[in-house]
Design a protein around this ligand. Sequence first.
Ligand SMILES: N[C@@H](CCC(=O)N[C@@H](CS)C(=O)NCC(=O)O)C(=O)O
Length: 280
Amino acid sequence: MRMLGKGNPSKAETLDVLLSQTQRPTTAWSPLAPAPPTLLLAPPFTKQILREIPLFKGHWNRMAVPEKPVLYSYFRSSCSWRVRIALALKGIDYDILPISLIKDGGQQFTKEFKTLNPMSQVPTLKIDGIILTQSLAIIEYLEETRPTPVRLLPQDPKKRAHVRMISDLIASGIQPLQNLSVLKKVGQETQLAWAQAVINSGFGALEHVLQSTAGKYCVGNEISMADLCLVPQVANAERFKVDLSSYPTINRINKTLLTMEAFQVSHPSRQPDTPPEFQA
Ligand SMILES: N[C@@H](CCC(=O)N[C@@H](CS)C(=O)NCC(=O)O)C(=O)O
């Protein structure tokens, strides 16, 4: 990180340094390292001097150099994948800080991470100066603050309710029952049968719902938050060897969505923390 302040650099050099510091490195690798500040100023570079630079003139009071969002994520976490798809669809540049749910007994349980997410779960997103947990709340925040280029909630109240209904069906009715912490309690021997049972029960209901809401995607022909929940849940189903042939609508929508770039770049097989054996 270049710092301003030593000697007497020219205004052009000042500007050059400031602009070079508006972005941090693309990926931070240390799980719990605090994000460095976007802009470091040291005397004599005060607001006074910046005000004189034409580019900043008249804008200083409104000017805040945005921090790149940081997503605490685990490659195989379906809830993290939901958020990664949303970030990709919205074209938001962000850093990933991997939190391994396995290594060291689970990095989600460290004191440092618990201060960010008291539930000891991923995802967690640092954005716009706040920390957000709960994937659906995160996606709705992104939708409200960055409605373009792709909307994830339809304007029509009935369709919007359908999107939330399907998202909740998956996020409250299926995923939590086959979450890692639950599987640990269920025990090694019965966890596969347990996961298959809860996914089959949820997918039976979901298939039924989709038959009346779906078009090309879960709700009509526009992509939505429901689709961001569907694809990662199907990946979980495949991981637990659920036979998907009884769910033709789920299967069809999943296949369509997986051809989209936003679903591919955010895929568990293409994350900075994906172990070599799971890389695509
Ligand atoms: N409702 C939460 C659920 C988050 C969640 O269950 N995350 C899982 C990974 S998908 C997790 O961190 N599990 C850690 C554990 O079970 O110890 C959300 O949607 O963000």
